[in-house]
Design a protein around this ligand. Structure first.
Ligand SMILES: Cc1cc2nc3c(=O)[nH]c(=O)nc-3n(C[C@H](O)[C@H](O)[C@H](O)COP(=O)(O)OP(=O)(O)OC[C@H]3O[C@@H](n4cnc5c(N)ncnc54)[C@H](O)[C@@H]3O)c2cc1C
Length: 410
C-alpha cells in the first residue's frame, strides 16, 4: 500500500483544526487536515436542538471572519456556528479531507506514522485537534438494572425524546442548567443536582460578561488558581442571554439538590452542600461585579452603574431546608440526565506522555515529543484555550512554533 507523505498533519476539523489550518496556510506551511466526520461535526451533532452559542456573535468567532448575518450581540444557533467554520475553511482554502479516521499515531525517525481508515500517512509534524470533550462521562452511580432511563447531555436533543415523567439533571454547568431549564419550560418536573460552579452575570453595566472577562484579563489567565481548574461555568445564551440564577429557577418550580452522592433501593441521595455551592456561585457573581466596578473606576469608563445587579434574592426553601434524598419512583422521575462532562481519549497516540487521566504533557500545546502538538484543550495556554476565540490565538502560536522548528538546525 502506498504511503502518503505530508509536512504537517492536523487531526480533526473542529474549530481547532480549522484555526490551525488558517495559521499554517498564512505562513505558507504545507499541511493536510483529516476529519473523521464532517467539518465542525461537534457543532452539528453533539449539541441539543435549541443550543445557541454561549457568547455573543461579536465574540464567539475568529478575528478573520464575522457573522455578517447576525446582530453582533445575538447568540448564534449551533447550526450557524457549524456553517461559520465551513465558511472559514472556504475562505482560507484549507485542505480538509473528511471521512478519514485516524486510528493510531506512532513516532518514527523524522516524524510520525499515522494509520487511518484510508491508509497510512507519514508526517513530520502532527497537531492533535480532536477536541476538549471527547468521551462523555456517566459516573457509575445508578446500575442499568434500575430501569431508570439514563443518558448523557451529549445525547440529549429535545424534551420529546425523553420518556414521560420527571427528570433528574445531574450537573449544573452550562449544559446541565440550560437543559434543565428547557425541560422545565416544556412542562417537565425537573430536579437539578448542583455542584460547585461559577456563574458570571450575563451582562453588567451594559457589557456582556465575555467583554468583562477580556477587559479584566481573566480570559488570558495562564494558570488556574488552585482548585479552580474544574469549576464549571454556568452561562447561557438561550432566550437572548440571561444570567443563570438558581434562586429564580427554584422560584419557577425547579427542585434543587446538592451533589449526587449515591443510589440505593430506588432512592438517590445527595450531599448537604447545595447552600454552600450556591453561595460560592454567588460569591463568584458578586466578585466579578466588584472587579468590574473597580475597573470602571480605575479607567474612568462611562458605563452606567447597575446597583440592582448586586442584590441577591431571598433563599428559597430548597436552600434553607435541603432535600437530601429522592425516591425516584415516588417523585415520578423516569429519566436521569447526566451533564457530568467529558474525558480525553488519546489512546490512539503511541507515546508515553499521558497522565492517569489521559491528559498529555505539553507546554502551551507543544509536547515533549518533537513535532507533536495539541490544540483546543482546556487551559492549553490560558483560560480561553478551549473556546472559539481562544483556540485561534493558540493555533497562531503553534503555527509559529512549527515554522520556527523548520528553520532550526537539527
Ligand atoms: C454543549 C457545548 C456547548 C459549547 N458552546 C460553546 C460556545 O458557545 N462558545 C465557545 O467558545 N465554546 C463552546 N463550547 C466549547 C468548545 O468551543 C467546543 O467544545 C468545540 O467543539 C471545541 O472545538 P475543537 O475543534 O477543539 O473540538 P471538536 O469541535 O470536538 O472537534 C474535534 C474534531 O476532531 C474529529 N476527530 C476526533 N477524533 C478523530 C480521529 N481519530 N480522526 C479524525 N478526526 C477525529 C471529530 O470528529 C471533531 O470534528 C461548547 C462545548 C459544548 C460541549
Amino acid at each position: 500500500m502506498s504511503v502518503e507523505k505530508v509536512d504537517t498533519l492536523v487531526i480533526g476539523a473542529g474549530q481547532a483544526g480549522v484555526a490551525m489550518s488558517e495559521h499554517l496556510g498564512r505562513r505558507g506551511l504545507s499541511h493536510l487536515v483529516v476529519e473523521k466526520n464532517r467539518i465542525a461535526e461537534s457543532w452539528r451533532t453533539a449539541r441539543w436542538d435549541s443550543l445557541v452559542a454561549n457568547g455573543p456573535a461579536w465574540h464567539d468567532r475568529f478575528p478573520s471572519l464575522n457573522f455578517d448575518d447576525l446582530d453582533p450581540d445575538a447568540f448564534a444557533h449551533h447550526d450557524r456556528v457549524a456553517q461559520y467554520f465551513e465558511d472559514c475553511v472556504a475562505q482560507n482554502k484549507s485542505p480538509v479531507r473528511c471521512g478519514v479516521t485516524v486510528t493510531s499515531l506512532t513516532p518514527q525517525p523524522g516524524g510520525f506514522r499515522v494509520e487511518t481508515s484510508q491508509g497510512v500517512i507519514e508526517a513530520k509534524n502532527v497537531v492533535a485537534a480532536t477536541g476538549p470533550f471527547q468521551k462523555p462521562i456517566i459516573p457509575p452511580v445508578v446500575p442499568a438494572s434500575s430501569g431508570i432511563h439514563q443518558l448523557h447531555s451529549h445525547g440529549y436533543k429535545t424534551p420529546g425524546q425523553l420518556p414521560e415523567g420527571g427528570v433528574l439533571v445531574v450537573g449544573a454547568g452550562s449544559s446541565g442548567v440550560q437543559i434543565a431549564d428547557e425541560l422545565r419550560r416544556a412542562g417537565r418536573k425537573v430536579w437539578l443536582s448542583v455542584g460547585p460552579h461559577d456563574r458570571p452575570p450575563r451582562r453588567y453595566r451594559g457589557k456582556d460578561f465575555v467583554w468583562w472577562l477580556g477587559a479584566l484579563g481573566i480570559w488570558d489567565t495562564t494558570t488556574p488558581a488552585p482548585g479552580t481548574e474544574h469549576v464549571t461555568i454556568a452561562v447561557s445564551g438561550a432566550h437572548g442571554g440571561q444570567t443563570v440564577d438558581f434562586r429564580r429557577l427554584a422560584g419557577a418550580g425547579m427542585g434543587l439538590v446538592g451533589m449526587t452522592a449515591r443510589f440505593e433501593n430506588g432512592v438517590m441521595h445527595f450531599a448537604a452542600d447545595l447552600a454552600k455551592n450556591v453561595a460560592m456561585g454567588d460569591a463568584n457573581y458578586l466578585g466579578l461585579l466588584q472587579q468590574a466596578d473597580a475597573h470602571v473606576a480605575k479607567h474612568g469608563l462611562d458605563l452606567p452603574p447597575e446597583p440592582g445587579a448586586h442584590l441577591i434574592g431571598a433563599d428559597p426553601g430548597c436552600l434553607t431546608d435541603p432535600v437530601l434524598a429522592l425516591d425516584l419512583a415516588k417523585e415520578g422521575i423516569t429519566t436521569i440526565l447526566w451533564a457530568t462532562g467529558y474525558a480525553l481519549d488519546f489512546s490512539w497516540i503511541k507515546a508515553d506522555i499521558f497522565d492517569e487521566r489521559g491528559r498529555p504533557q505539553h507546554k502551551n500545546g507543544v509536547s515533549p515529543v518533537p513535532g507533536l502538538y495539541f490544540l483546543g484543550l482546556p487551559w492549553l495556554s490560558r483560560r480561553g484555550s478551549s473556546f472559539i476565540w481562544g483556540v485561534w490565538h493558540d493555533a497562531d502560536s503553534l503555527a509559529g512554533h512549527i515554522a520556527a522548528a523548520r528553520v532550526t538546525p537539527a
